[in-house]
Design a protein around this ligand. Structure first.
Ligand SMILES: [Zn+2]
Length: 182
């Protein structure tokens, strides 16, 4: 929440490899999503490391398993539609209330946006929502590629600075040893 205004938060109950442990966070703007992704990636929660990427899903209603919500999905945990953990309306409200209390600026933006929307109804929430799903997928793929290459560069930089640090400490130790001999 501190990285940007959350619009939606979905936690998967699925067991399939590509869905297990997934949490989908939808932010108000793309730059907020980017900020959150960079801040959270690699962090540990309950000894589990978080891996972030941009998701091509913007409309979760389309991906939810309707049978699961009616209690009749025969595919169980390995279903390919989202089995979202049930969160009570009351708890959802308390989470969002907390967010708006901590970040009054979010609320302001939301109400001004609502006002704008009333005037121009054809406006879509974000630029991504207005694209068709094919174009949206392409854009998100592009973002993920950029994000992958950035992560790789960061890793490379860290590796290099680590080995430099090791060499420096080795040289330090060497000169200390030499001083001890002299
Ligand atoms: Zn299902």
């Amino acid at each position: 929440m501190k990285h940007g205004q959350l619009v939606e938060l979905n936690v998967c109950d699925n067991l399939g490899d590509h869905l297990i442990g997934n949490v989908y966070a939808k932010f108000k703007t793309e730059s907020e999503a980017e900020k959150a992704l960079k801040a959270l990636n690699g962090k540990y929660y309950n000894d589990k490391q978080v891996q972030c990427e941009y998701s091509p899903v913007t409309n979760f209603k389309e991906c939810r398993c309707r049978q699961y919500e009616e209690g009749s999905c025969g595919r169980g945990g390995f279903c390919n539609f989202l089995h979202l953990k049930y969160v009570s309306k009351k708890f959802q409200k308390s989470l969002f209330d907390q967010m708006y209390a901590e970040h009054p600026e979010y609320e302001k933006r939301r109400s001004s946006e609502r006002k704008r929307k009333r005037h121009r109804r054809s406006d879509s929430e974000s630029s991504l929502d207005s694209f068709d799903s094919f174009k949206r997928r392409k854009i998100i793929e592009q973002w993920n590629r950029r994000w992958e290459s950035q992560k790789m560069k960061d890793r490379e930089r860290r590796r290099r600075s680590n080995s430099q640090e090791r060499r420096r400490s080795f040289e330090r130790k060497l000169s200390e040893d030499r001083n001890n001999y002299i």
